[in-house]
Ligand binder design. Structure first.
Ligand code: SAM
Length: 287
């Protein structure tokens, strides 16, 4: 036993326990131990979680905690903590409170001075990133985009200039629409990585430019089934030398056809560059 290791179970503690996202063998030893020993398991869907616990031979007292009863269930659970009971919080799959219920409970438990202890394990976001080969070491986890097209496009416009890999969760019936909105807003060149059915039988990890993404989904109807994490490249920052090269080329074309003033005016409009800088550049090119 490592000297830093925590005791297996403390009274009056809320354990936030990650469970598998597909493959049941991904449950951790610590998760099993905790689920076996706690007084109560708070679960998003008690029927679904009962099956998981049954698989591991665990008989537990359960309390439902989902988005529609999170506040009232929280009061019941905090009462149990105040009586010295230990509780495990689980969701349907993966890590609770990550695009899943639980954050309100955890927040209240901490605010009222009770201990929260994480039992880490599977989460679709970490699983997808680890297998994507993404070389950008910075990413932004967005989770689910809004279901409606106009709200989704608005969010995508805000995300478009960010230089981080963008990570989305998406439901199978919306993946095609989302991919269309992604290419409309981000352009065709950025890469997307589809991470589908991770840890399950039909696990698929596929990277392609957004220009090919719809076609790839349409090629095989099975590709539109199951659970998805979508990773999209961040905006590639153009270096100042890339920018200068682009501006020089633009001015070359315009100066061949137009007087200097007009060429600069158009170059400013097209490139969004600074007028003075483009004027100086145009002058130096004419010399
Ligand atoms: N709390 C979970 C976690 O830690 O990843 C996420 C729960 S969220 C309600 C469910 C979404 O996670 C799915 O719609 C999908 O986007 C993603 N997801 C969950 N399991 C997955 C899997 N096996 N493969 C790909 N995506 C998965």
């Amino acid at each position: 036993m490592h000297p830093d290791q925590q005791p297996v179970l403390d009274k009056g503690t809320l354990y936030v326990v990650a469970t598998p996202i597909g493959n049941l063998q991904d449950i951790t030893l610590r998760a099993l131990d905790t689920l076996r020993k706690v007084d109560l398991v708070a679960a998003e869907d008690t029927r679904n979680s009962a099956r998981l616990l049954q698989h591991f031979g665990i008989a537990a007292r359960m309390q439902a905690l989902h988005e529609h009863n999170e506040r009232s269930a929280t009061e019941l659970l905090i009462k149990q903590l105040s009586e010295g009971k230990s509780i495990a919080l689980i969701s349907d799959a993966g890590t609770p409170a990550i695009s899943d219920p639980g954050a309100y409970l955890v927040n209240e438990v901490r605010r009222r001075g009770y201990r929260v202890c994480p039992i880490p394990g599977p989460s679709a976001v970490a699983t997808a990133l680890s297998a994507s080969g993404d070389l950008n070491s910075h990413y932004l986890f967005y989770g689910f985009l809004p279901p409606k097209h106009s709200a989704r496009s608005k969010v995508l416009e805000q995300l478009a200039p960010l230089p981080y890999t963008l990570v989305f969760y998406e439901a199978p019936h919306r993946v095609m629409e989302t991919v269309k909105d992604l290419s409309d807003t981000f352009g065709q060149e950025r890469n997307i990585t589809f991470c589908r059915e991770l840890t399950k039988l039909f696990e698929t990890i596929h990277t392609c430019p957004l220009s090919q993404a719809e076609e790839w989904l349409e090629e095989d109807s099975n590709r539109l089934k199951g659970e998805f994490v979508l990773l999209v490249d961040g905006q590639i920052e153009t270096t100042s030398s890339d920018k200068e090269n682009e501006e020089t080329r633009l001015l070359e074309i315009l100066l061949a056809e137009l007087p200097l003033k007009q060429a600069v005016k158009l170059a400013v409009e097209i490139s969004g560059g600074k007028k003075n800088r483009l004027y100086d550049l145009a002058l130096s090119m004419q010399k």
